[in-house]
Ligand binder design. Structure first.
Ligand code: G1P
Length: 294
């Protein structure tokens, strides 16, 4: 059976988004009409994922509530003649199973993925970070392509990458390609948040991974790294040192990543999504033109 399980880590505190994300999960921030994490789940469903395992933490209950079927709200909309709004809740009926586990201590992204081990067991799985959307309105199928490459190549991991300006490499896991960096390339190493002058490339991990369960053994052995956290990047690096094949795949130009982990990228992403809204986008565009007119 093809890979159909995705682990979505959503336990991070969102400290780069304070005070906005103080008492609401950053993954629930609006991106136009929908919260970020709804886009992530819709993208995964479109790519053939049938089971989503959230790794949650303190203050993240709103995410669980969002994916519940809200019978009271449905009844209320019917009884008050607002049936047309029911289509806004269609995502609740997506053919997906949801699972939740907790990261009980904030020890980093690698540790969050390790918390999924008991549920994932001995099967390959996707990791999709809950604070990034791939493609306008999440219309990217890159995860499907990654799964197909994973299955065809017997690689131990396939990771999505996006080119970033040199000043931004310090925010991401950065690829060291083995030879050239074609559309699909082999990794010689992966380095978490290097300084610009030490970065082996400007190809940044773009929040989507496919892993063989072998990653769990590496995560078990991974000591705290950057920021004193157990880094997923360091476990991937260990996988490569263990002699396993790890592939990178570049996002296509129409599959940009919208990262909402900090204010700069969140503001840009929100604006683009709102401008692309079929109903309200044109008025917003007009308003912005007026605002920006000299
Ligand atoms: C994490 C990963 C990093 C990756 C990034 C993608 O960093 O550690 O390798 O490039 O997500 O958004 P974070 O944003 O959690 O600091």
């Amino acid at each position: 059976m093809s890979v159909d399980l995705a682990v979505v880590p959503v336990a991070g505190r969102g400290t780069r988004l304070l005070p906005l994300a103080k008492s609401q999960p950053k993954e629930m921030l609006p991106m136009g009409r929908k919260p970020v994490v709804q886009y992530v789940v819709e993208e995964l469903a479109r790519c053939g994922i049938g089971r989503v395992l959230f790794v949650t933490g303190p203050g993240k209950a709103a995410i669980e509530n969002h994916f519940d079927i809200d019978v009271e709200l449905i009844d209320y909309l019917r009884e008050t003649g607002k049936e047309e709004l029911l289509r806004e809740l269609a995502f609740e009926r997506e053919d997906l199973e949801y699972f939740y586990t907790r990261q009980r201590r904030q020890l980093g992204l690698g540790h969050a993925v390790l918390c999924a081990r008991a549920v994932v067991g001995d099967q390959p799985f996707v990791v999709a970070l809950g604070d990034s959307i791939i493609g306008m309105h999440a219309e990217s199928k890159v995860v499907r392509t990654m799964i197909e490459k994973f299955e065809a190549s017997r690689a131990a991991a396939v990771i999505a990458f996006e080119e970033v300006p040199p000043r931004e490499v310090v925010h991401y896991g950065i690829a060291q390609p083995r030879d050239g960096a074609d559309e699909v390339f082999e990794l010689a190493d992966l380095i978490e948040k290097p300084d610009a002058n030490e970065a082996p490339s400007n190809l940044a991990v773009a929040s989507r991974y496919v892993f063989s369960p072998a990653i769990f053994d590496c995560l078990e052995r991974t000591p705290p790294g950057k920021g004193d956290e157990i880094q997923l990047t360091d476990a991937v690096s260990m996988l490569i040192r263990d002699g396993r094949n790890v592939l990178g795949i570049r996002l296509r130009a129409d599959e940009r990543r919208f990262d909402i982990g900090n204010f700069e990228s969140y503001f840009l992403a929100f604006t683009e999504f709102a401008l692309a809204d079929p109903q309200y986008g044109p008025a917003l565009r007009k308003h912005m033109k007026e605002l920006l007119a000299p």
